[in-house]
Design a protein around this ligand. Structure first.
Ligand code: PLP
Length: 427
């Protein structure tokens, strides 16, 4: 049995202190929606391990694809070399994405995919003769990763990286899109959130390379579902002011919101798109940044025609093979039944939480359920209760949320909701 005392002394966990890392469970194995702990306890992974395991853990088709790839080519550098899985994945991605959004750069994590997107935008503006367009704009309440430039796009005052202070280069922020996904749209720009975007572009647009946003669902920055019309309005403003639009679908991509990509709710196509997380079905870390042909052409026209990025594990064949198998599962279409069913179960199961004094809002979209509380939760107590009830949840602050694998049953979702409602009802 692995030594937990050794792990506590030596292993850092995400967003944790080495002195007091808080409780961690030892996981022995995972299959379907289930995590099995070292002592045999089983928990439903209501988090899909942070949005990744959309088809459930260790899906046999994904395991077989990776095993077959291991037999012939686990890894090879992508500089000057290529391989069939990389091409097969590119064929699948271009088949799924809007026409013209088809110049693909593979990388190894979502944060890096965002960094690459920002480089693409700045290099493309340079290629179009706009050397001054180097700033990035975004909406408050977003989350784009933990690398330096990505951090600068999370809220610098109140966001999780605010203590880095002046070390994080501040970008331009507009307020969080104010109108909720299912609320009535208001045409008045002063109230629908588009006014501040237009004001920013009118004042500073000549220095802005791109506007980056998570389409419709802002994830780790607040689990907020915004009105698709806001995104459509931002697209129009970007076009009017020559600002490139980057959509970060790292969390929302591949069916999670009920559409294959969340941008489809708004009928919007970006200039640059970031994908990650569920692309491999949660088998391993992998991501892609996809530029339009025009962006790729503009970069090639620039003083530095090469896109200046090249991670060691770029295009890793195992990750490409897992992604191909994952996209094949999506193409078979079960998610089109599963995600709306999960949405219905979550709506019913979480509704009782609306009655509690400590609950500010309950919202559901696709296979994402959120209970927003007035006060932050006691994480140690949540951790213990999750183990007791057999449901793995990982709230942050006042946000208690789930995004289970699409293959959950009605019974699994009922159990997840029961635990979430129980926690939301704590005095
Ligand atoms: N962008 C979004 C929208 C995310 O949700 C995340 C991770 O949660 C990232 C970027 C960063 O991805 P990674 O953790 O793979 O670096």
């Amino acid at each position: 049995m692995a030594d937990l005392a050794f792990e506590r002394a030596h292993l850092w966990h995400p967003y944790s202190s080495m002195r007091d890392p808080g409780p961690v469970h030892m996981v022995r194995s995972a299959e379907g929606v289930w995590l099995e702990l070292a002592d045999g306890t089983r928990m439903i992974d209501a988090m899909s391990s942070w949005w990744c395991a959309a088809h459930g853990h260790r899906h046999p088709r994904l395991v077989a694809a990776v095993a077959a790839q291991l037999e012939c080519l686990p890894h090879v550098m992508f500089g000057g070399l290529t391989h069939a899985p990389a091409i097969a994945l590119a064929e699948r991605l271009t088949g799924l994405l809007p026409d013209g959004l088809d110049r693909i750069f593979y990388s190894d994590s979502g944060s890096v995919a965002v960094e690459v997107a920002l480089k693409m935008a700045i290099q493309a503006q340079l290629g179009r003769g706009h050397a001054d367009r180097t700033a990035i704009a975004t909406a408050r309440g977003g989350y784009h990763g933990d690398t330096w430039k990505a951090m600068s796009l999370c809220d610098p005052q109140t966001g999780m990286h605010s203590h880095f202070g002046a070390a994080v280069q501040i970008q331009h922020f507009v307020p969080r899109p104010p109108i909720a996904f299912d609320a009535d749209w208001i045409d008045d720009p002063a109230r629908n959130g588009l006014g501040p975007v237009e004001d920013l572009f009118a004042e500073r647009g000549a220095g802005i390379a791109a506007f980056i946003v998570e389409p419709v669902v802002q994830g780790a920055g607040g689990m907020w579902f915004s009105h698709p019309q806001w995104l459509a309005g931002v697209r129009a403003l970007c076009d009017r002011y020559g600002v490139l639009l980057i959509l970060d679908e790292i969390a929302t991509g591949f069916g999670r919101t009920g559409a294959l990509f969340a941008m489809e709710h708004a009928g919007v196509t970006p200039d640059i798109l970031c994908l990650g997380k569920a692309m491999t079905g949660g088998m391993m870390s992998f991501a892609a940044t996809i530029a339009s042909r025009q962006v790729a052409e503009a970069i090639a026209d620039g003083p530095m025609p090469a896109l200046m990025h090249g991670p060691t594990f770029m295009g890793n064949p195992l990750a490409c093979a897992a992604s191909c198998a994952s996209l094949d599962l999506l193409a078979e279409g079960a998610w089109l039944r599963q995600v709306p069913a999960v949405e219905g179960w979550l709506r019913r199961g979480l509704a009782p939480a609306r009655e509690f004094a400590g609950v500010r809002d309950v919202r559901v979209l696709g296979a994402i359920g959120v209970i927003e509380l007035h006060r932050p939760l006691d994480m140690i107590r949540v951790h213990a209760v999750c183990r007791d009830r057999g449901v793995w949840l990982r709230p942050f602050g006042r946000l208690l949320y789930c995004m289970p694998p699409f293959v959950v049953t009605a019974g699994d979702v009922a159990r997840i909701c029961e635990v979430m409602v129980e926690i939301a009802g704590w005095p």
